[in-house]
Design a protein around this ligand. Structure first.
Ligand SMILES: COC(=O)c1ccc(CCNc2nc3cc4nc(N)[nH]c(=O)c4cc3[nH]2)cc1
Ligand SMILES: [Zn+2]
Length: 383
């Protein structure tokens, strides 16, 4: 017979490579069934099984180590039965590196119609065709097992900002109970070596963030995410809540800040001891013509770029910066040419990924404070 080679599956684990004494910034190594990830890491968002306008080869060319998928979106379209036909999202989308999937709580809260949270789960109407669904912790785990996520997220409830202390307390209780149910379902059905992260909630209240972190630690997860942030709160409050929550999380487990953020937010969050980040900013802004540079963002449609022979960012080594001028990128964008989306997205993703690579180098050199100072000085000069 044809030998069915049993692929050895590397179990999930995280090791700390260095912690900067002065700042608490960390560098680590995350080992997953689909490969190793060096942290701090920025994870490009591929909501519907694609990082919009990029092929997997573009992403590996940018040293993207791990990308995100979304349980809510993929469950609605194309549906788990289609992805199951291929043995999971890796095969379906031709991505053989690690995948992290969000559990759907936030996407229901921000996208679906007629949502109703009950103890059982989240009732919602599809934003696509209005069909009615119930997402329970058990169902969210079943979908993520089917997707083959290397890192799955517990089902949580993300509350709006602002929210009262009482609202935040009630909601974190549900998130803890759903966290327990998620863990139990995951342990029964997960693929070997695949990981489940818990999500800390508690609104903008330090005491509730502490309580949520401690309740999730008792349940025990492979890693911990900070949820309920980047939901419209002021930047200093977001940083304050992260600074309050992180110390209550175990040192030897990865910390993931969901939905964060702008380049300056990433640099500040690494300074507070966070390891993993995701945000639609680089991909969404690429399609709106906003390009990130070490001197701050620029709008490519601005007339000042009309005859500019400069690359987007002279410090950037990406395919776009090595081969195209701002004038050409402006021409493509003004003409709404499809190539505009791809070249702009390649650059923005490269910017976020190399920012985290430089941050990691600084931590390994035990000099994150100098990196931090240099980053904020440059960004002030303006693009
Ligand atoms: C051009 O840029 C944009 O359009 C844009 C849009 C949204 C965000 C913020 C995204 N923020 C965010 N994503 C999040 C995802 C989350 N997932 C779960 N399960 N639980 C959470 O508690 C949670 C919180 C989030 N906060 C940032 C940027
Ligand atoms: Zn570039």
């Amino acid at each position: 017979f044809e030998e069915v080679e049993e692929r050895y599956v590397e179990p999930f684990h995280f090791t700390l490579d260095a912690v900067c004494e002065k700042t608490g910034a960390r560098a680590g190594t995350l080992t997953t069934p689909h490969g190793v990830i060096k942290t701090p890491v920025f994870m490009p968002v591929g909501t519907l099984g694609t990082v919009k306008s990029l092929a997997p080869e573009d992403l590996t060319g940018l040293n993207a180590q791990i990308i995100l998928g979304n349980t809510y979106h993929l469950y609605l379209r194309p549906g788990c039965d289609v992805i199951d036909e291929f043995g999971g999202l890796h095969q379906f989308m031709n991505w053989d590196r690690p995948l992290l999937t969000d559990s759907g709580g936030f996407q229901i809260f921000s996208l679906a119609k007629l949502q109703k949270m009950t103890e059982e789960g989240a009732h919602f109407q599809s934003h696509i065709d209005g069909s009615r669904h119930l997402l329970t912790p058990e169902k969210a785990m079943e979908i993520q097992v089917c997707l083959g996520s290397d890192i799955a997220m517990a089902l949580d409830e993300c509350i709006p900002y602002p929210a009262s202390h009482e609202q935040a307390l009630e909601s974190l209780g549900l998130t803890t109970r759903w966290g327990k149910r998620s863990k139990e379902a995951w342990e029964m059905t997960k693929r070997p070596g695949h990981a489940l992260f818990g999500i800390v909630q508690g609104g903008m209240y330090g005491d509730l963030r502490k309580q949520s972190a401690e309740e999730l630690r008792k349940i025990g997860f492979d890693g911990y995410a900070l949820g309920g942030l980047s939901v419209g709160e002021p930047r200093d409050l977001m940083l304050e809540m992260a600074g309050t929550s992180l110390p209550y999380l175990p040192q030897d487990r990865p910390r993931y800040i969901m939905g964060v953020g702008k380049p300056q937010d990433l640099v500040d969050m690494v300074n507070l001891g966070a390891d993993m980040f995701d945000c639609v900013l680089p991909t969404r802004n690429a399609r709106n013509g906003q390009l990130f540079t070490s001197k701050g963002p620029l709008n490519i449609c601005n007339a000042q770029h009309r005859t500019s022979t400069l690359p987007v960012d002279e410090e950037c080594q990406c395919y776009t910066c090595r081969n195209y001028s701002r004038a050409y990128l402006r021409h493509l964008y003004m003409s709404r040419e499809l190539l505009s989306y791809r070249l702009n997205t390649i650059h923005n993703i490269a910017f976020f990924i190399s920012l985290m690579e430089k941050a990691r180098e600084a931590v390994l050199a035990n000099d994150y404070a100098a990196f931090y100072k240099d980053f904020f000085q440059k960004i002030e000069t303006g693009a």
